[in-house]
Design a protein around this ligand. Structure first.
Ligand code: PEP
Ligand code: MN
Length: 679
């Protein structure tokens, strides 16, 4: 006995530790949310989550833990994190709000309200209303800050009454919440299904359970204002002949026993709720958003088609379109429409304004975060990650272009670990991937220039070079701080001090920075300070280093090895992507041939070949290929002509005295002239 108690104590301690860790995790996630907000980075970082999930599941496997259950736990943690970040990017105004819901404690609206507000506020008060109208009035009259009301259910359809009431009120929709609805038949303990004479619940819930109720002979149904109140009534009256259909929570709160679970019999049944407030909110453009509108239209041929077209032509999806007769003798039909997109987006605004001209009346009910989109990406990733490929030989190469048939490399075919069983799609079919570095999107069809000194030498040299890079129109500042030099006696770079200078210069001139990492131990720390990590030519097949940068969430500039074939180059990219980091820019920088007139032979044919064989953006480094200043511009022109997405050029304010690669460095003016010519 003593032993069991000891073990239980250990378990309690571990559970406390888990809670501490969870609380630390959510703190960090919130902090990241704040940084994302400042830097304009998206909340949905699919690549980062992919990497996280792959890593976690691999580790779970090494510890003999069930990947299935670990995936479930992480699914909830990532969801929690996203909700927390959403609350930073689409903040609600009040610190300790009052939230109205329809029904009693334990009602589904209560569960939804609790789920929504518990990530946003440590302190909020909930109040039940008898009717939807009462909840809306509480908000519009300023007695309450928010109301949480049901919008639609997968089985019963839309809650038209709620939509109508919100439309008529001065309130706006500011959020949505989705909860699974597990409907249980609940009665006083000891009651049997055969005892029942009457079942109470909310009318929509009774409708959802019609099939089950039809199987009960001689049992009446009686609509009640909500499911939790129905459960409370059954408890108060204490009769074995009565039951309610309600949530498990409501049963617990009313001390009732569950006679039957999942009585809809269809598995997942989901209800979506609207959060309404007195004032609309604006949703950060980084989050997936929805905009709800209501409008009324005359009953004439072609009018609805013109509305649908107005959105369709602007590529705006209508997630929902519902109609209701107005019944007020006006002959108009009212529509409720949910649009995928942000109310502040120009295209959406324009579409709404053009529809306003056709409609008799139109009201934007609100713009809010698309909860399903926010959560579904993670779920999909997890589902796919735990879904072990039935054909372990089939490994998809991540860098293949979507269009090309997935070519299987014989070496890659051999599964070396369970990791190779995880099948992730390559990028969307036929599309080139875009790698975002600061404001520059490599692969977006524009031509970008990375420029900066070969090495960071001192504050003045770097400041002048950064200024010149910025003035000339470069979008990323380069600078080596760990230098791979052929001779150990040459300048090796300023190391961490150099990185600090580079970061400062990047911040001063508002340029993201890229710098080379040479050793695995440097990677995490450099990734904290640099916006992009460079893998130098000499390290293209340093597989540990490739894996390490693959574990970060930083874009990687991967330079082609001096003696590497295109196949080997792509396989190096594959090493990075296999760890979940898909943000790879390939850089052709010349290869070693018999030719000695140039430092390396710039393989411009690699550019179109790579374009055939990968969706990744391609950069060309004319400086290291040329080795001489005079050749840089012609090679850069060539790179642009053959279709490179970007070039990387070395510059120096005083090339004659450069500590590294002076002969190939352009001056600021040279760079300016070159960029002007290329644009
Ligand atoms: C560099 O870009 O600083 C560099 C050393 O280039 P590479 O690795 O291509 O020689
Ligand atoms: Mn160099």
């Amino acid at each position: 006995m003593k032993k069991i108690n000891d073990a239980r104590k250990d378990l309690d301690q571990l559970d406390n530790d888990l809670l501490d860790i969870l609380s630390r995790r959510i703190e960090i996630v919130r902090h990241i949310g704040e940084m994302k907000s400042k830097q304009g980075l998206p909340v949905l970082d699919v690549q980062r989550e992919r990497a996280l999930i792959t890593r976690i599941l691999e580790k779970a496997d090494q510890r003999n833990l069930s990947q299935h259950f670990v995936a479930q736990i992480f699914r909830q943690m990532i969801r929690y994190g996203r909700n927390a970040q959403e609350s930073i990017l689409a903040p609600l105004a009040n610190e300790s709000p009052v939230v109205h819901f329809q029904g009693a404690r334990g009602a589904f609206s209560w569960l939804a309200a609790r789920k929504y507000f518990s990530v946003r506020h440590t302190d909020f008060r909930m109040a039940g209303a008898h009717t939807y109208q009462e909840a809306i009035d509480a908000v519009s009259q300023g007695k309450s800050d928010y109301a949480v009301l049901p919008l639609e259910n997968t089985l019963a359809g839309s809650f038209h009454e709620v939509i109508e009431l919100v439309a008529k009120s001065p309130c706006s929709i500011v959020g949505e919440e989705i909860i699974p609805v597990d409907l249980c038949l609940v009665a006083v303990p000891g009651a049997q299904i055969s005892d029942l004479q009457v079942i109470f619940s909310h009318p929509v819930i009774l409708q959802q359970c019609a099939r089950f109720l039809g199987t009960l002979d001689g049992v009446q149904t009686q609509p009640h204002e909500d499911s939790a109140a129905a459960a409370a009534k059954v408890h108060e009256e204490g009769l074995k002949s009565q039951a309610a259909i309600a949530s498990r929570h409501a049963a617990e709160l009313s001390d009732l026993a569950i006679l039957k679970e999942d009585i809809t019999g269809v598995g997942t049944d989901i209800t979506r709720f609207a959060v309404i407030a007195n004032q609309p909110i604006s949703v950060d453009a980084l989050l997936p958003a929805k905009t709800s509108i209501t409008l009324s239209l005359p009953n004439e041929a072609g009018v609805l088609a013109s509305i649908v077209n107005a959105f369709g032509q602007r590529n705006i999806n209508m997630g929902k379109l519902e109609s209701r007769p107005t019944n007020d003798g006006s002959g108009l039909t009212r529509f409720y429409i949910e649009l995928d997109g942000n109310a502040e987006n120009d295209g959406l605004k324009e579409a709404v304004e053009s529809v306003r001209k056709i409609a008799r009346s139109l009201r934007v009910l609100g713009c809010y975060v698309d909860r399903e989109k926010l959560e579904s990406e993670t779920d999909e990733l997890l589902a796919r990650a735990v879904d072990v490929d039935p054909d372990p030989g089939a490994v998809e190469l991540q860098s293949l272009p979507g269009k090309a048939p997935a070519k299987k490399d014989s070496a890659a075919k051999k599964p070396v670990s369970r990791k190779s069983n995880f099948k992730f799609d390559s990028q969307p079919s036929g599309e080139r991937s875009i790698v975002q570095v600061g404001n520059a999107a490599f692969g977006d069809g524009n031509f970008h220039v990375i420029a900066g000194p070969c090495a960071v030498e001192n504050p003045t040299q770097l400041d002048l070079a950064a200024r010149d890079a910025k003035n000339a129109g470069s979008v990323v500042l380069r600078g080596g701080v760990f230098k791979p030099r052929t001779s150990p006696y040459s300048f090796q770079g300023l190391g961490w001090e150099g990185l600090r200078l580079l970061r400062e210069a990047g911040d001063k001139y508002n340029l993201p920075i890229v710098t080379e990492v040479m050793a695995t131990e440097q990677v995490a720390r450099v990734a904290e300070m640099a916006d992009m990590l460079q893998i130098g030519a000499r390290n293209m097949q340093n597989f540990d280093l490739l894996r390490e940068v693959g574990r970060t969430d930083r874009p990687v500039l991967l330079k082609r090895g001096l003696m590497a074939s295109i196949d080997e180059f792509l396989m190096a990219a594959e090493y990075i992507m296999a760890q979940g980091n898909f943000q790879v820019v390939l850089c052709e920088r010349g290869i070693r041939t018999f030719e000695t007139a140039t430092r390396s032979t710039l393989d411009l044919s690699a550019v179109p070949v790579l374009q055939e064989r990968t969706h990744l953006p391609i950069c060309v480094d004319p400086s290291h290929a040329a080795g001489r200043k005079a050749l840089v511009a012609p090679l850069a022109r060539g790179a642009r002509a053959v279709g490179a997405d970007s070039i990387m050029v070395e510059i120096h304010p005083d090339p004659a005295n450069a500590l590294c690669d002076g002969p190939q460095a352009l001056s600021g003016d040279d760079l300016k002239a070159l960029i002007e010519e290329l644009e």
